[in-house]
Design a binder for this molecule. Structure first.
Ligand code: SF4
Length: 363
């Protein structure tokens, strides 16, 4: 049990140090503050009608580059660290992606949930499906690559950057489609994934589990499903979805993930929020068994970004808390601890017979 003094000290850790402790979302959360707050009284645009007043401008002020009508890109903190020669993210350790050649992006800016642990900007409108006209998939991917290049240009003459890595960053090999919102709502997503794969890149796609039908239509390299609670009651409390049938949608997504395993690598991801959802490990295990994923990633909530308005520092589990809880889940469903990254407070579990599939095949 940490003392109050330890808690205060933890809060006082410099941002640069904390950012080296966690994954992409956490590092990004520190830059989610508005640098140039948008004009408070602009005229109402069609974007405002779809995503909420000033939402795109707010994202731009937080260093997102908006692409077309519904997509965005923003370099991950680990991409920048990797270019500086300061190491890669846990997905580079677990699966072998190159963090400096990763493009973090989304193909849809809104999602259906208001998860209490989410550190992203939650001021936009929630959607339970795609709204408007879908943009061209090649345009989105190409613009994401160009946008990322623009946003990383500062490393070109930066003395502390690894020159080779900076140059390689101009040729992405991985797309992390998870930046914000619910990217799977984009109806032409598979065309974009195919385009990325045709360039020899890998794709990781994350869904919050509110779009099972769309899950059945896509084949990324690795498909993630967030599992935020073990029961209907808790899911409704934690995810606060606008969908009245959010638990049924989650169960449908679990079944869709199970079916996806024959065509791509699949992951169940649990974000542990101490005092909220770190309960009933055997019920999590039942859902994991039903989803039958190749990987089970269990990670800790971090007290950063907009989530600080809803949660407290003590809701952030230590790496050991996360690991013990993951082991408990694994015990009930036959998944073993395979890898861990204390710096990101995340552990990886797999079935022993799948071990040879851990690393991505080189593309
Ligand atoms: S996969 Fe990409 S976006 Fe995710 S943590 Fe690694 S570098 Fe960042």
């Amino acid at each position: 049990m940490e003392t109050a003094q330890e808690q205060v000290q933890e809060q006082l850790i410099p941002i640069a140090e904390i950012s080296s402790m966690n994954d992409e979302d956490v590092i990004d959360a520190f830059s989610e503050q508005d640098k140039n707050p948008p004009n408070k009284n602009p005229t109402t645009s069609s974007d405002d009608m779809v995503f909420g007043k000033n939402f795109k401008q707010r994202l731009e002020s937080q260093s997102y580059k908006i692409i077309g009508r519904h997509s965005a890109v923003k370099p991950c903190g680990w991409t920048k660290k990797s270019i500086k020669g300061e190491g890669g993210c846990y997905k580079s350790q677990f699966y072998g992606i190159n963090s400096h050649q990763c493009v973090q992006m989304t193909t849809y800016l809104s999602c259906a949930n208001f998860c209490n642990f989410c550190w992203r900007d939650m001021t936009g409108k929630a959607h339970s499906d795609f709204v408007g006209e879908p943009d061209d998939p090649k345009m989105i991917l190409d613009a994401a690559v160009e946008g990322q290049k623009d946003l990383l240009i500062g490393f070109k003459g930066y003395g502390k950057a690894d020159k080779k890595k900076y140059e390689e960053s101009n040729f992405p090999k991985h797309f992390a489609i998870s930046l914000t919102g619910e990217p799977i709502y984009y109806p032409r997503l598979q065309e974009m994934l195919d385009y990325a794969h045709s360039k020899g890149a890998t794709t990781f796609l994350v869904t919050s589990g509110q779009a099972p039908e769309q899950m059945r239509k896509v084949t990324p390299t690795q498909l993630y499903l967030s599992l935020d609670a073990p029961t209907k009651e808790l899911l409704e409390k934690v995810d606060r979805s606008i969908n009245k049938d959010s638990y049924e949608q989650l169960l449908g997504s679990i079944d869709a993930l199970k079916d996806a395993r024959s065509r791509c690598r699949t992951v169940v991801r649990i974000t542990c929020v101490k005092g909220h959802n770190m309960v009933e490990p055997e019920k999590y295990a039942e859902l994991v068994l039903r989803a039958n994923p190749l990987f089970l990633e269990v990670k800790g909530y971090m007290f950063v970004g907009s989530s600080r308005q809803r949660l407290k520092l003590e809701n952030m589990p230590y790496h050991d808390d996360v690991k013990q809880f993951a082991l408990e889940i694994g015990k009930h469903c036959g998944y073993d601890l395979i890898d861990e990254s204390p710096i990101s407070r995340v552990v990886l579990l797999m079935r022993k017979e799948d071990l040879s599939k851990k690393m991505l095949p080189r593309c």
